[in-house]
Design a protein. Structure first.
Length: 558
């Protein structure tokens, strides 16, 4: 058992260090134990994170009872929902890198021996897991939990309904009073957005990839089981330290295939692709977009989850959560069941210790023999508009082919204003560019835009293509992560109003219907735009960020 913290507290020369720890109430007995960092992203920016400081106390208790000395610290977390639809969303993806960096710095600076990472909102989940991979010390991830659905006019609602209601209000289909009434009940308490949006998708992945305890993804934030899972995570990290299991032992290529399988089976957020690519690069696994497509084609979509389906995370929790989905997939040999997890045991061994049964009377999860779709929901497209790839979630659309005329915008706000003015018509292909990782910078999510289209009943009548991203709550033919992005001269920068765009989901293609010679001529006329930020965190991010096809990670330039 390697104890790095001894570098900080042992020997006469470390008397000043011990003095500072004793100022915080630690005793010589405490200083003689392994130090475990307990990181959380608690703040008052979002309901996803409002309770995480309280939850961290239970992790600390678990660490203490298992023989360790916990050291709590917090890091930033951006609220995607509140940052959505304006300049603030450019900070969201950047925050993933800062979360990973800050956890790394805290652990390295203080030589902690292990880590429990508690996170709630979208970017804090992958950010925490990326730090664990980078540090490669015994680590357990634990989710802060989903919000309960609100109830409006007798039906369950989430923040997705509020966004789409704004579009309905703009279209004159909803009164201001009705919009206000929905707003008042949609988000009733603490927790992350309730559908299978990005936070719940990444929580599901944390179980499948082996970094979180089995069953920990689905219990709501306010459920007493959430406190128990956080407590057990504190104990689990001490076990990993004792037996010498590190993230590199868990995060194998096979574990990433398990994660991709779950993301497709649940109809999860397209952001999962971005975050898994980023996580793979932290641990040294060579994951590519082709791997996502390979796994998708063999994975059935079986969970009827919002936004493409009907149910929320609470409904999935009631029937058994992610272990039930994994067990269903295991029946068809679709998981690598010998992959190691933070229990210190394999997926197969975890299942043997759990009681998991498929209830015939439930409607959330389809039998694997009769899935919603025979193949997974997260589809990779390539073609002349996206030579390095683009991403679409087919769980939210019935269309397999779309041909339409481009309506081009260089900013998200301009597109939203045009939609609000009812300038978008059937068969339009909305192009929103210069919103990629470097161009935005920060690759903004565009739930305001996509929800406005759904609210105007255009969701199945238009397509949207962008080098930016989409919220996990997005549905419809919405294609993001176009690579190369416009800011580096990708072909999306060459599209002009009126160009015909052809999208074919079955052929995995997305093309500009113009000649290669025309593309070459336009490229000769293209000039890069001036950066939107010349100093500060966003400028640093833009100068270092890689393509979305690599996870939009920041890469040092030596």
């Amino acid at each position: 058992m390697e104890i790095s913290s001894r570098n900080v507290v042992e020997g006469p020369s470390r008397a000043p260090h011990r003095a500072m720890y004793k100022a915080m109430g630690l005793t010589d007995n405490d200083l003689g134990k392994p130090f475990i960092g307990v990181s959380h992203t608690g703040n008052e920016a979002t309901p996803c994170n409002i309770h995480l400081g309280r939850l961290s106390l239970h992790a600390k208790t678990g660490v203490q009872e298992a023989g360790g000395t916990p050291r709590e610290f917090s890091t930033i977390a951006v609220s995607d929902g509140i940052a959505m639809g304006h300049e603030g969303m450019k900070s969201s993806l950047v925050s993933r890198e800062i979360i990973a960096d800050s956890i790394e710095l805290m652990v390295r600076a203080h030589q902690y021996d292990g880590l429990v990472g508690i996170a709630g909102c979208d970017k804090s989940l992958p950010g925490s897991m990326m730090a664990m991979a980078r540090l490669n010390i015994p680590s357990v991830f634990v989710y802060g939990g989903t919000i309960m659905p609100g109830v409006y006019e007798g039906r369950d609602v989430t923040v997705q309904d509020v966004y789409e209601a704004v579009g309905a209000y703009d279209a004159g289909q909803l009164t201001l009073e009705a919009l206000k009434n929905l707003e008042n009940v949609a988000c009733p308490n603490a927790g992350s957005c309730g559908g299978m949006y990005t936070a719940n998708t990444m929580a599901s992945i944390s179980e499948a990839i082996g970094l979180a305890l089995p069953g920990s993804a689905s219990p709501p934030a306010e459920d007493p089981r959430r406190e128990k899972f956080v407590y057990e995570s504190g104990k689990a990290v001490m076990n990993l330290l004792e037996i010498g299991v590190r993230p590199k032992d868990i995060l194998t290529y096979e574990a990433f295939e398990n994660a991709i399988t779950i993301a497709n089976a649940i109809g999860g957020s397209t952001n999962a692709i971005l975050h898994l690519l980023a996580l793979s690069r932290e641990i040294g696994v060579n994951l590519t977009l082709e791997d996502f497509e390979k796994v998708r084609k063999r994975t059935p979509h079986i969970a009827d989850m919002r936004p493409g389906g009907f149910y929320v995370m609470l409904d999935l929790d009631k029937i058994g959560g992610i272990p039930l989905i994994m067990k269903s997939l295991q029946k068809k040999n679709l998981l690598h069941e010998n992959s190691l997890t933070v229990t210190g045991k394999t997926i197969k061994q975890n299942f043997e210790a759990m009681q998991i049964s498929f209830r015939e009377d439930q409607k959330v999860l389809k039998p694997i023999e009769s899935p919603i779709h025979n193949t997974g929901a997260l589809t990779i497209l390539k073609g002349s508009l996206a030579p390095d790839g683009a991403v679409v979630k087919i769980a939210g659309t019935c269309m397999t082919e779309f041909i339409g005329k481009a309506v081009v915008f260089d900013r998200e706000e301009d597109a939203f204003d045009a939609i609000s003015r009812h300038e978008i018509k059937e068969n339009d292909v909305i192009i929103i560019r210069y919103e990629g990782p470097k161009g935005g910078p920060g690759m903004r999510e565009m739930l305001g835009v996509t929800a406005a289209l759904m609210g105007q009943k255009l969701g199945e009548k238009v397509a949207l293509v962008t080098d930016g991203r989409f919220s996990g709550a997005t549905r419809g033919l919405m294609i993001g992560h176009v690579s190369p992005e416009a800011a580096v001269g990708g072909n999306i920068a060459l599209v002009r109003n009126g160009d015909k765009i052809r999208i074919n989901i079955e052929k995995n293609s997305i093309d500009m219907m113009i000649s290669e010679s025309e593309i070459v001529e336009r490229r000769g006329q293209w000039k890069p735009k001036k950066p939107n930020y010349e100093r500060g965190a966003l400028a640093k991010f833009a100068s270092l960020v890689a393509s979305a096809s690599e996870g939009a990670i920041t890469k040092p330039k030596w």
